[in-house]
Design a protein around this ligand. Structure first.
Ligand SMILES: Nc1ncnc2c1ncn2[C@@H]1O[C@H](COP(=O)(O)OP(=O)(O)OP(=O)(O)O)[C@@H](O)[C@H]1O
Ligand SMILES: [Mg+2]
Length: 281
């Protein structure tokens, strides 16, 4: 594995305007071309961290570096200088984020959704011409098996297809680092398997750095080089996947225990009886 650090965050603190502190000193280094899985309980700050890494949120404290160069993010209630604002826009073209919840433009076609970034400047090469942007969109859609849906409306697609298009939209910008926020959540088991296979393909191509937030421990085991565990806004563990699943780290062991309990017991939707779904990790 390439040990060169491509993106690093140090001591990130994020307090939302409603007073919720989502990150309280999170630090993380991401290596070039690795697949890093980020896990943690609901509400621990995973999505907040990805939004900040993507350059889309202000912070209250902390620093970030990309390729060793400082990335200046706005502070809450603060503004960036014009040159820092421009640098941040350039930074955003290097890091793509596929959001946890639906984020496609529903009134546009699949093709327009994927071409809009390359056409209007989210692409590293700057704004491309309409034809070239459409070509990028087609190529990205082909990578996720959605090439036949170029002219379809987003609203005509299933949840799994929309998730593929969301991934294609990020790929069309050819980011160096792709952040995927729970790519398999909110899908039925069949779609979860399909998107899981797609993420595995992207991971095995090793063409970019991939950061995947997931609750799917099997996917984590299959694709991740390293795993980071977030607990209450801090990165409590980061290490090789084998070390993570060995459970030798006390906070990882607590997390795995809690996950196993969640997975192995749940309540019957109508009777409320506890049912066992024992699913070995
Ligand atoms: N836009 C927001 N405004 C206010 N509070 C927020 C906002 N987004 C997230 N939070 C809060 O910040 C904390 C971290 O949220 P975040 O979405 O990062 O968690 P998460 O780890 O991604 O959870 P999940 O696994 O449920 O997706 C939570 O307490 C959440 O309620
Ligand atoms: Mg989240």
């Amino acid at each position: 594995m390439n040990e060169r650090v491509v993106l690093s965050a140090e001591g990130l603190v994020k307090r939302w305007p409603n007073g919720r502190v989502a990150l309280q000193g999170a630090s993380l280094s991401i290596h070039q071309n690795e697949v890093l899985a980020i896990v943690g309980a609901n509400g621990c700050g995973k999505s907040t961290l990805l939004s900040i890494l993507a350059g889309l949120e202000s912070i209250d404290a902390g620093t970030m570096r990309f390729d060793g160069v400082s990335v200046r993010l706005p502070r809450q209630h603060g503004r960036l200088s014009t040159s820092d604002e421009q640098a941040l826009c350039a930074y955003r073209t290097r890091v793509g984020l596929v959001f946890q919840n639906e984020s496609l433009f529903p009134h546009f076609s699949v093709g327009v959704n994927c071409a809009i970034g390359p056409r209007y400047g989210a692409h590293r090469g700057g704004c491309l011409g309409a034809r070239e942007a459409a070509d990028r969109a087609r190529a990205a859609l082909a990578r996720v098996g959605m090439q036949d849906f170029f002219a379809h409306r987003v609203t005509e697609l299933s949840g799994g297809q929309q998730q593929r298009v969301a991934i294609a939209r990020a790929l069309a910008n050819e980011p160096e680092v792709l952040l995927l926020d729970e790519p398999t959540s909110a899908l039925d088991p069949q779609r979860t398997r399909e998107i899981g296979a797609l993420v595995r393909d992207l991971a095995s191509a090793r063409a970019m750095t991939l950061v995947v937030v997931t609750h799917d421990l099997q996917l984590t085991r299959d694709i991740a080089d390293r795993v980071a565990l977030i607990h209450e806004g801090r990165v409590e563990f980061v290490g090789k996947t084998a070390a993570f699943f060995s459970g030798r780290d006390a906070s990882v062991a607590r997390f795995l225990d809690a996950e196993q309990t969640n997975e192995s017991t749940s309540r019957h939707p109508s009777t409320g009886e506890e049912i066992c779904r024992s699913k070995p990790l």
